[in-house]
Ligand binder design. Sequence first.
Ligand SMILES: [Zn+2]
Length: 80
Amino acid sequence: MTDLQLYDYSEGYEFRFKCGRCGYIWCDHPATLLQHTDMHDRMYLEEVEKRLVCRNCKTRHVQITPMIRRVTHGFVGGLP
Ligand SMILES: [Zn+2]
């Protein structure tokens, strides 16, 4: 249980997603979630989890684990 919002993870974090149904695991940047039309940066992680669909089995059993992203020099990002 966390009271942090998506906004709080916009810098320096990466999310690890794990499907509680099929066990599929993937990682993505928090900013990627905001590209979904039904998500915004003031949502709590719990709310986000409820809307996420597993990339593998397409069901809603996804858990989010925020991870601190290592700062690397020579960042080659393409964020708009
Ligand atoms: Zn799954």
